[in-house]
Design a protein around this ligand. Structure first.
Ligand code: DX5
Ligand code: ZN
Length: 225
C-alpha cells in the first residue's frame, strides 16, 4: 500500500497572505508545503528566498519541501536549511558537484533530492542513489505555475520507479518519487499508476475556492487507483 502525499505549491497562493494560506491548505489536508524558489537565472522567474521560508515556518505543522530552481545551489542550501526547510531538492544542471551538494543537504539534517527536468536523463541518479531521499520528476519546464502536464513524463516516471524499486530491493532504503507540474484531480490517478507517490499541485489547489474539496478529490482518485 503506497502512502501518497499531496504537496501544495504556494507559488499559486495569495502572496499577500502567505501565512494564512499555508495554515489553510494544511487544515485542508496538505502533507507537505512545496516551496518553489526561483532566481531569474536558472529559471526565468523570481519568487522568494530563505527569509520568507523562515517567516512561514511557524505556520507550517507539516514538512517544508524546498524546490530550488537556482544556480549555483550550495549557499542557498545552507540558507534554506537554517530557515527551517525539511526537504531540499535541486536541479543537477545547476550544481558543479552534485555529490557534494547532496552531502551538504544531508549534513545540514535535511532530506535531499534531485530534480529531473523534462529533458534531463534518468541516469544522472544512478551514482548518487545512496544520497537521495527523494527524486522530483518535472512534468513541465520549471519556472511557472499553471502549465500543462507533459504526457511523456509518464514514461519517465515508470523508468525512475523501476530504478528506485530495484535500489530498494538491494538496499532496503525507500526513496520518494515526487512529480511537479500540471497535476490535477483529473490526471492524478494516471500519474500514480506510473509510479509517483508525492504530488505537487499549485494552481489546481490555490486556484480554487475550496482547498479541502480539491485535496479530498485527489485522495479519492488515488484510492480508486
Ligand atoms: C514550476 C514549479 C511547480 C509549479 C506547479 O516551476 O516547480 O511547483 O508551481 O504548479 P502547477 O501545479 O500550477 O503546475
Ligand atoms: Zn516545484
Amino acid at each position: 500500500m503506497v502512502d501518497y502525499r499531496i504537496a501544495p505549491s504556494i507559488l499559486s497562493a495569495d502572496f499577500a497572505r502567505l501565512g494564512e494560506e499555508v495554515e489553510k491548505v494544511i487544515d485542508a489536508g496538505a502533507d507537505l508545503i512545496h516551496f518553489d524558489v526561483m532566481d531569474n537565472h536558472y529559471v526565468p522567474n523570481l519568487t522568494f528566498g530563505p527569509m520568507v521560508c523562515a517567516a512561514l515556518k511557524p505556520y507550517s505543522r507539516v514538512p517544508i519541501d524546498v524546490h530550488l530552481m537556482v544556480e549555483p545551489v550550495d549557499d542557498l542550501i545552507v540558507a534554506f536549511a537554517d530557515a527551517g526547510a525539511d526537504i531540499i531538492t535541486f536541479h543537477p544542471e545547476a550544481s558543479r558537484h552534485i555529490d557534494r551538494s547532496l552531502n551538504l543537504i544531508r549534513d545540514k539534517g535535511c532530506k535531499a533530492g534531485l530534480v529531473l527536468n523534462p529533458a534531463t536523463p534518468v541516469n544522472v541518479l544512478e551514482n548518487v542513489l545512496d544520497l537521495l531521499d527523494m527524486v522530483l520528476v518535472m512534468s513541465v519546464n520549471p519556472g511557472f505555475g499553471g502549465q500543462s502536464f507533459i504526457p511523456n513524463t509518464l514514461i519517465k516516471l515508470r523508468r525512475v520507479r523501476n530504478l528506485l524499486d530495484e535500489y530498494e530491493r538491494c538496499s532496503h532504503r525507500w526513496i520518494a518519487l515526487e512529480v511537479d507540474g500540471g497535476v490535477k484531480p483529473e490526471n492524478i490517478a494516471e500519474i500514480a499508476a506510473a509510479g509517483a507517490d508525492t504530488f505537487v499541485a499549485g494552481s489546481a489547489i490555490f486556484g480554487k475556492p475550496d482547498y479541502e474539496a480539491v485535496i479530498s478529490r485527489m485522495r479519492r482518485e488515488l484510492v480508486q487507483d
